[in-house]
Design a binder for this molecule. Structure first.
Ligand SMILES: NC(=O)c1ccc[n+]([C@@H]2O[C@H](COP(=O)([O-])OP(=O)(O)OC[C@H]3O[C@@H](n4cnc5c(N)ncnc54)[C@H](O)[C@@H]3O)[C@@H](O)[C@H]2O)c1
Length: 439
């Protein structure tokens, strides 16, 4: 398919601007991409994006442009993503900014009929997850989306799915995932010094409430700097948004769940500045076409599920998932799994491994899957905004239940929550004056 043809497909979306010719590329079907947030995690995309036309790069810290321009010398630089998204002829955007910008940039990009790859987490409030997912569902089949849960491409994800679907633990009753990363902070950093020249602090804050600059927000190395700010309520969702996005994905891929009907959570004492380190959340999920209702849980920061066996120390698995069925347990980390049939005499004769021909194919390169779908949006991506949006909405609802301190019932169709008078307010963020998710 040449660029013209694939653009014609995409341009079927109302109002999509005529797209410029292939630019510096030799290949006719190269995509014109904007990279928003060009340092840190963004480095992981440089090689694959170099196979396309990176026509725009955007960062609020001008010092960060040097690396990007070395790799993408033709790109125009922007410091404000709202202007970058209006770069003429864009096809797609890759979002590698801090978490509190994700849903806004993704939604503005969808409003401009751009394909979107967004780093995880897709959102930091329940409402944001719902807005972005709903917007994409209106454009599904015409725009490609992917959330940066790239571990999804590990073959183990599909092996776990096959075992659960094929009844290796009997009928599924419950599933949980956990993560043991523990980064403790007392409060937002105090004001310290002035932002370095070239850092547009007001744009770093974006839609978040005002906070004074502190160098501690920037003290992490490339790709790890998210651990300098993602625990603060205004900038992230703590480990739920961070490793929770990856580890819940291991479970989510196997259970075919949508939105829960209830959420309940408990953890360490509430801190108005900092998301909890130790916390556990529990969700009820209705039956689907192949299984009955299940409980889904998320444990973090030292909270752990009970091990099914005294000789099995789940704490040895930093980030893992466990599935309980009527016949046994499956326990998994990102790379491997074990099955624990129930009882001394369990012989697993109830389970038939699937034939070789029915083994799920490997996903291949996770970013390339999205690039392929940008060219042909009828192709499915593994972590599109529906799959990932449902998953993060569930996890963020757990944080709402933690803050409300009550068991909540949830109507996934409307987003209405009952069980606590304050919960409805906690579903959404309040954006700073002048900022909107729907621009
Ligand atoms: N998928 C993964 O395995 C993985 C790994 C690491 C980080 N991440 C995600 O990547 C994202 C970035 O993490 P990081 O550690 O690179 O963070 P970071 O703090 O280093 O920020 C990345 C870049 O974004 C820029 N930036 C900040 N605000 C911006 C804005 N409003 N517009 C444009 N650029 C802006 C920063 O200046 C920086 O250059 C986070 O959402 C994080 O969760 C994902």
């Amino acid at each position: 398919m040449d660029r013209r043809q694939f653009i014609v497909g995409a341009a079927a979306l109302a109002g999509m601007p005529e797209v410029v010719a292939a630019g510096q590329s030799g290949r006719a079907d190269k995509l014109n991409i904007a990279l928003i947030g060009v340092w840190g995690r963004a480095f992981a995309f440089y090689d694959v994006l170099a196979t396309e036309n990176v026509v725009a790069v955007c960062d609020v810290y001008e010092d960060r442009f040097a690396d990007a321009l070395k790799r993408f010398p033709q790109a125009k630089t922007y410091i404000d993503w709202r202007k970058c998204l209006d770069h003429k002829g864009l096809d797609a955007v890759v979002i590698c900014t801090p978490d509190h910008h994700h849903a806004l940039i993704a939604n503005w990009a969808l409003n401009r009929n751009l394909h979107v790859y967004c780093e995880k987490p897709l959102a930091i409030s329940v409402e944001e997850a719902r807005v972005v997912r709903a917007n994409w569902l209106r454009k599904k089949g015409k725009l490609a989306t992917q959330v940066g849960m790239q571990r999804h491409a590990y073959p183990n994800f599909n092996r776990v799915r096959e075992l659960i679907r094929d009844g290796a633990v009997g009928d599924l009753r419950s599933a949980c995932a956990w993560g043991n990363r523990q980064i403790r902070r007392p409060a937002y950093p105090a004001a310290q010094g002035q932002p370095p020249a070239g850092l547009h602090w007001d744009l770093w804050l974006g839609a978040a409430p005002d906070h004074p600059y502190s160098p501690s927000y920037l003290e992490g190395g490339p790709g790890m700097n998210c651990l300098s700010w993602n625990m603060y309520w205004d900038f992230g969702a703590g480990q739920i948004g961070d490793m929770g996005s990856h580890t819940m994905d291991l479970l989510w891929n196997a259970v075919d769940a949508k939105l829960p009907t209830s959420a309940q959570a408990k953890g360490e004492k509430f801190n108005p500045d900092v998301t909890p380190v130790e916390c556990e959340s529990h969700f009820d999920h209705p039956a689907n076409s192949w299984r009955g209702p299940i409980d889904v849980s998320w444990y973090q920061g030292g909270a752990m599920p009970e091990s099914p066996s005294s000789w099995l120390d789940l704490r040895r698995i930093d980030h893992g998932a466990m599935f309980e069925g009527t016949r046994g347990y499956l326990i998994s980390d990102f790379g491997g799994r074990i099955i624990l049939p129930l009882g001394d005499s369990a012989d697993m004769s109830y389970y038939k491994p699937r034939v070789k021909e029915a083994i799920l194919p490997n996903l291949g390169d996770f970013t390339k899957q999205w690039l392929d779908a940008c060219r042909n949006p009828s192709l499915k991506t593994a972590c599109d905004f529906e799959y990932s949006g449902n998953m993060i909405e569930q996890l963020l609802l757990g944080l709402v239940a933690y803050r409300a301190g009550a068991k909540l019932t949830y109507d996934g169709a409307t987003g209405a929550v009952t069980g606590s008078p304050e919960a409805a307010q906690l579903l959404k963020r309040t954006y700073r004056k002048g900022w909107t998710i729907n621009g």
